[in-house]
Design a protein around this ligand. Sequence first.
Ligand code: HEM
Length: 259
Amino acid sequence: MLIRSVRARGRLLTILDGTINEHSKRRETPQGITRKDMLDLLLECEDDNGRRLDKEEIIDILLSYLNAGHETSAHIMMWATIFLQAHPQVFQTAKEEQERIVKSMPVGQNGLTLKEYRQMEYLSKVVDETLRVVSLAFMTFREAKKDVEFKGYVIPKGWKVLLWYRSLHHDPENYPKPKEFNPSRWDGYVPKPGTFLPFSGGTRLCPGNELAKLEISIFLHHFLLKYKLERENPSCPIRYLPHQRPKDHCLGRVVKICN
Ligand code: HEM
């Protein structure tokens, strides 16, 4: 297992190394770059002393984005399809919203734009509710930079604090009947500060949070309009580590329901 993962890392490093070289060369051509992407920004950014990131540092950042941004969104997409399929009424309401959005698109428009995305009010609640119930990033650590007093206790400087997001999201005082998947609980509801942190908060807030919600919503838009999920073992037990998922990896079929 360890050897395979070291080899896989080696292959990834070769690919990313090639991509960076290619990108750097393209930046030197007369046509240069027409549109900057994340790699351009990483190649350009400097600290206060004018030092730029070296190739190894850029590769580390790209790898951390790849890890942090892939499995997370994919798992939430999977759970949203599971919940939608298990709650036909929610599925129907979300589907009708997407049908309305498609109907209101200007003739000739091919594909979704931000305008349509912003109209996905109910779907956004489906996504938030999925993030809450699943709490994929269920905990993290922080270190106290100075003595901190909290609810009559002192957390001494240097101590590590374990933040258990799932217990926040499943606290019945914040979310009545917390185990229930109920997107309508978000109707007109603004969570109290610190009670909804699927992407963490503060300076380490997930930088991919808006992108994640966008890609999950686009995926669900297409899923709702054209597909359904037929699970092989709908009551399969859940495995919680490293990420929450059915033990059978959600074995089943995604079936096309119309053209
Ligand atoms: C549903 C999807 C996602 C969830 C639930 C999620 C959740 C989180 C959480 C809770 C953290 C903070 C961890 C901590 O406080 O220690 C985090 C950090 C991070 N996430 Fe996400 N994330 C998601 C998608 C993405 C995407 C799409 C990207 C990038 C394309 C991304 C990139 C990152 C990075 C780079 C960090 C580290 C930030 C730092 O340490 O300053 N995430 N994410």
